[in-house]
Design a protein. Structure first.
Length: 424
């Protein structure tokens, strides 16, 4: 695959017309069967292919918006892998791809685009320090551009134990280019490290309020019902995990619904935490053909920190949130190709998550919205996540009909990022 950043000049723009397609626009299947675009964006939905356009016959296939993974930890190689699976945007929930440090990504059409929280607000020694073996440090911090030359200053590590510290870090994170602000609300009980340093209620409340005062979206890492309640009561805009320490209650579902918060369930992560590997996904030739040995080993492994958990409880909570009208977003929490972070792989696990969402009771169309239009809307990405004139030409063409058979999302025929087709 070509790894050289694509040159972008108006003179080089090529008009493409995808014809005879089933078009899922990020919300619904359209009557239109033609989409016309170039490197400047989507030019038309419906009508005829313009004269001189490069025609792609999509007969038997479905054209979708590029998928969005709403929870990752990534680097350049992982962004390239994600794009191979039709994931055109990754939302980093701990890492270095803030606005001051991603110019090399923004203009490279061989990798997925990225947005980032920077590093989350957590106490010293708090989550995620417990996830890594003693002495583990493969160069840059987890989530950094391992193997690449950093293009910006060292990341800001906003360790906070008091309201004053959390408040003081908010403008610093914003100045450094954090697209949204993340808070860790985790006492380590799910990861097998009970008593882990955790943000107290006053510090969390103050940090969230300050981020909102600056107009920033706020998200929380919370793996238990109690931590979820604490985050919601602090006014958090979104939960980037779903609790896994027991079945849902009417009270917690109502609390989330009434708050207006969105939820990124990361069912694939919860399954991995419970010792469920990604073997079923790895056995799919459509996945195995795109993963190297390190990622295959990782996918066939698991975190396995919470084997007492029940995946049926997680799926039941997803269904309850959907039934309550809570916005659900597709995310994975995939990070590095390390077996102790297993059960996940960039790009591939988004498709696995969609399958889990359907297993939980969402329709395929609802699951697809969770990976396209809903995520774009909730993260303010108004230029993507849908197929409409004027938007970015981030597109995925697959064989079959994922609006009826969700696993058809893996039948990749073509991927375009900003109208540039990814080389096979």
């Amino acid at each position: 695959m070509n790894t050289t950043p694509t040159s972008r000049t108006p003179e080089a723009a090529t008009t493409v017309a995808v014809v005879n397609a089933r078009v899922f626009d990020g919300d619904q299947t359209l009557e239109a069967t033609t989409v016309v675009f170039d490197e400047t964006g989507i030019l038309a939905v419906g009508g005829d292919a313009p004269e001189g356009a490069q025609v792609v016959d999509a007969a038997g296939g479905t054209l979708l918006p590029g998928l969005i993974d709403a929870h990752v930890h990534t680097n350049a190689d992982s962004l390239a892998l994600a794009l191979r699976f039709g994931v055109t945007t990754e939302l980093e929930m701990q890492g270095t791809h803030t606005a001051d440090n991603r110019a090399h990504i923004t203009d490279d059409d061989t990798v997925a685009d990225v947005r980032s929280s920077g590093f989350g607000i957590t106490p010293p020694g708090g989550h995620p320090s417990e996830l890594f073996p003693e002495g583990f440090r493969p160069g840059p911090p987890p989530g950094a551009n391992a193997g690449t030359k950093p293009s910006g200053p060292a990341p800001l590590m906003p360790f906070s134990t008091t309201p004053e510290q959390a408040v003081a870090f908010i403008p610093q994170l914003i100045e450094r280019g954090s697209d949204y602000i993340k808070f860790m609300v985790d006492d380590g009980s799910v990861e097998g490290h009970p008593g882990l340093p955790m943000l107290d209620r006053a510090t969390l409340n103050a940090g969230v309020a300050e981020a909102k005062r600056h107009g920033k979206l706020t998200v929380a890492h919370a793996l238990t019902i109690d931590a979820t309640r604490m985050a919601i009561e602090a006014g958090i805009d979104g939960l980037v995990h779903l609790f896994m320490d027991g079945p849902h209650t009417d009270e917690i579902i109502t609390l989330i619904r009434d708050s207006g918060a969105f939820v990124v369930p990361c069912v694939v992560l919860n399954a991995s935490m419970m010792g469920i590997t990604g073997d079923r996904l790895a056995d799919d030739a459509r996945v195995a053909d795109r993963l190297d040995e390190a990622w295959m080993k990782t996918l066939r492994s698991s975190f396995n920190h919470y084997p007492q958990g029940r995946i049926a409880d997680v799926l039941g909570s997803v269904r309850a949130l959907q039934d309550a009208g809570v916005d659900l977003l597709a995310g994975t929490d995939v990070s590095m190709p390390m077996t102790f972070l297993g059960g996940l792989a960039h790009g591939a696990s988004v498709h696995h998550e969609l399958q889990y969402l359907v297993q939980a009771g969402l329709t395929p169309a609802q699951a697809l919205r969770a990976a396209t239009s809903t995520t774009a809307r909730r993260f303010g990405l108004s230029d993507r996540g849908r197929i409409a004139a004027g938007l970015r030409a981030d597109l995925l063409l697959v064989d079959g009909d994922p609006t009826t058979t969700i696993s058809d999302t893996l039948n990749t025929r073509a991927v375009w990022r900003r109208g540039t087709r990814l080389a096979a």
